[in-house]
Design a protein around this ligand. Sequence first.
Ligand SMILES: Cc1cc2nc3c(=O)[nH]c(=O)nc-3n(C[C@H](O)[C@H](O)[C@H](O)COP(=O)(O)O)c2cc1C
Length: 427
Amino acid sequence: MPWRRPRTHVDRAREIRRSEEEALEEKAEHAAEDEAVELAAIDGASIVEAATGEPEDDHAPSDLAAKLGAAVEGVELPALSEHRAPPRRVRAAPPSEAAVPVVAGPEPHPEDGIDLEVEVARGLRLRNPVLTASGTFGQGVEYAELIDVSRLGAMVNKGTTLHARPGNPQYRIAETPSGILNSIGLENPGAAAVAKRYAREWPALGLPVIVNVAGHTVADYVGVVLEMEGTPGVVAYELNVSCPNVKGGTLFGCDPALAAEVTRAVKAETDKPVIVKLTPSAPDVVAVARACEEAGADALTAINTVPGMRIDVARRRPVLGTGSGGLSGPAIRPIAVHITYQVAQAVAIPIVGAGGVTCAEDALEFLMAGASAVQVGSATFADPLAPIRIVEGLAAYVRANGLASIRDIVGAAQRGRKRDAGTEYVE
Ligand SMILES: Cc1cc2nc3c(=O)[nH]c(=O)nc-3n(C[C@H](O)[C@H](O)[C@H](O)COP(=O)(O)O)c2cc1C
């Protein structure tokens, strides 16, 4: 994030209420403990089941439990696929039967049979257009305990840098009307550690992973991609160009030439699709989008957070430890839809819309503006089920409108526009 400012003295009251985001980060830090819990629950119970003593719907039993159940029932199990098996309903056995879980078929979902497939980047088709946004979904494994992540299109992981970063000083999150300000500061353990740790866990999610790459030099971006290459589960890279360049401090994403340079360098090192995440701070975001497309970008994400600040009037200083932060949530949706619409007119590569998506109608705004897919970010803090509800809502829209596919509405608002009605406005 571009707002890191060294502080000599941090004199802040201890934060009393942890934000959802911090709770998730803490959860990631304690993942080793979580793993121990999972090992303890080797009989197939989830953490929820272990805590409540009741069977939990939609929780896949462990491989061992499934094998035990199948062995007792004399059922032959299919070979374990690379991805996590679809959730199976585990019912408590009636008292007369042996105390072995009965494994039923996969749960039907409202989106079953509806064509939601989209091309989110050149060479990358996903089962549906609902992705989770970088920095708001941890590394995916944290949310997999809460929701069936395999029903989503893909996830974008937490911003990954070449070397570990501790993140910014507190406070790093502040609420605002219809949004949140954050200055997390790309806290992450570094690319090599991420690749090592999640090589085993990501494939088990059944959810394609897009790695969000950040750095301060072109070599940093390339270094992250080289470290992550070959990591199972990774299908593409998203370049967070909202980072200041060491040579002069301009954000990579504010300068078409710099954005093109980093895109070209990364493209030279990987065969996987490269998505460039546009910043609304760019003086001419359309020029940046065009430059990235010319440099070989396979898609664009529109947009990253919008710079913002809150002042603590009692203390007479900014609320965030870094002063400024990035604004996200519904407050920025009209900005993000506007940029999506403008960029869609300028490039031929797919666009992934991001900024304030909370429900299917919000997602439809982006799709009709010209995005092929959307990312859901801040909304998952308030409701972890938001991305799933959006998948269901898009399926309902396709069905209710008799569409052959969700692709039919991509860019619909562009087509519906009167030829002479530009997007310029006068206040
Ligand atoms: C707490 C937080 C952390 C974020 N971290 C990153 C990050 O590491 N890399 C990145 O490219 N974007 C990051 N973002 C930006 C989001 O991915 C997304 O572009 C933005 O929040 C707009 O979407 P939303 O309004 O749905 O949250 C972060 C956003 C939030 C709220």
